[in-house]
Design a protein around this ligand. Structure first.
Ligand code: NAP
Length: 291
């Protein structure tokens, strides 16, 4: 069993980007500028946005963090996004989800200029992905593809089972794995909460991507010998033994599943760091295409 080390692969991606930014600076050109929008003070969202801004600094990007109170009106938030759309210095816009209930996430996502949609959530980006056209790919599935590529995992003709059909992880993952690309060319089964016989389907999988947000849901008796297992899940589970009061759990029962796998991602240190690296790659691309 080999660990797919998201820390190592994401570092390689970030090092490459830092080098390219150095070249831009040396040539007197504009460096990528990412704007992050945070509404309210959700602890997990604060952590995610904080890591993204910190990574921008590490690589040499500019970043702007816009913070708004929990009770900001939808109108004001949409206006702020329009301002970012109209600001020529901003290359990428990310709005940290989830948003408070009184704000339509769909409206917010649709307001982002598709040329700055580095999260790849805009319907135009998602539509292009389905048709195999060049576009921004949602950072988590994009990061997973970078990891499969880095470890030269043979995906051609394999049966991939994706658990979860969200617009940000499961569905784009299923499209990427089924595309005529390398990595890709899988036969994909997309599962969700209404799927019958999930265990039997998983047992047929050469590759499992677990993205359902149910801690340790994928058990050893659901995984065949030699499978590649990608664990996207991040759930905070109360844990009195930890100073912060919780521990982070993935969607896979790592201790019992890992001995059966050819490759597996740990949580933390697997998909999470790759998501940020992919977001940075998308932001670099946005800057190149816009300038
Ligand atoms: P989501 O929007 O809640 O979607 C969860 C999906 O899982 C839904 O399609 C749901 O089915 C399905 N599901 C739920 N329970 C199931 C069950 N018992 N059996 C089969 N399918 C089931 O979640 P998400 O945003 O995709 O995120 C999934 C997980 O990944 C979360 O833990 C999240 O924190 C994590 N995540 C991690 C990263 C990272 O960087 N590592 C990034 C994004 C998300 P229905 O459609 O039928 O409801």
């Amino acid at each position: 069993m080999q660990i797919l080390d998201g820390l190592v692969v994401s570092q390689a991606t970030k090092d490459e980007l830092r080098l390219k930014v150095g070249q831009l600076t040396a040539a007197g050109k504009k460096v990528p500028h990412l704007a992050a929008v945070l509404v309210g003070s959700n602890g997990a969202s604060e952590t995610y946005v904080g890591s993204k801004v910190k990574t921008c600094e590490e690589i040499g990007y500019k970043s702007t963090l816009l913070r708004f109170p929990e009770d900001i009106s939808e109108f004001k938030l949409l206006s702020a996004i329009q301002d970012l759309n109209n600001d020529p210095d901003i290359d990428g816009i990310l709005v940290q989800l989830p948003l408070p209930k009184h704000i339509s996430e769909a409206k917010v996502i649709e307001t982002i200029d598709p040329s700055k949609d580095v999260d790849g959530f805009h319907p135009e980006s998602a539509g292009k992905l389905v048709q195999g056209l060049p576009t921004f790919v949602s950072a988590t599935p994009h990061g997973i593809m970078l990891m499969l590529e880095h470890y030269k995992i043979d995906t051609k003709g394999k049966h991939a089972v994706v658990i979860g059909r969200s617009n940000i992880v499961g569905r784009p993952m299923s499209i990427l794995l089924s595309a005529n690309t390398n990595p890709g060319n899988c036969t994909v089964t997309l599962c969700h909460s209404q799927t019958h016989n999930l265990k039997e389907i998983c047992l047929q999988a050469d590759i499992i991507v677990a993205a359902l947000g149910r801690p340790e849901f994928v058990k050893a008796d659901m995984v065949k010998e030699g499978a590649v297992v990608i664990d996207v899940g991040i759930t905070r589970v109360p844990d009195a033994s930890k100073k912060r009061g919780y521990s982070i759990k993935g969607d896979v029962d790592f201790a019992n599943v890992s001995p059966k796998c050819s490759y597996i991602t740990p949580v933390p240190g697997g998909v999470g760091p790759m998501t940020i690296a992919a977001l940075m790659a998308n932001t670099y691309r946005a800057c190149m295409e816009r300038n």
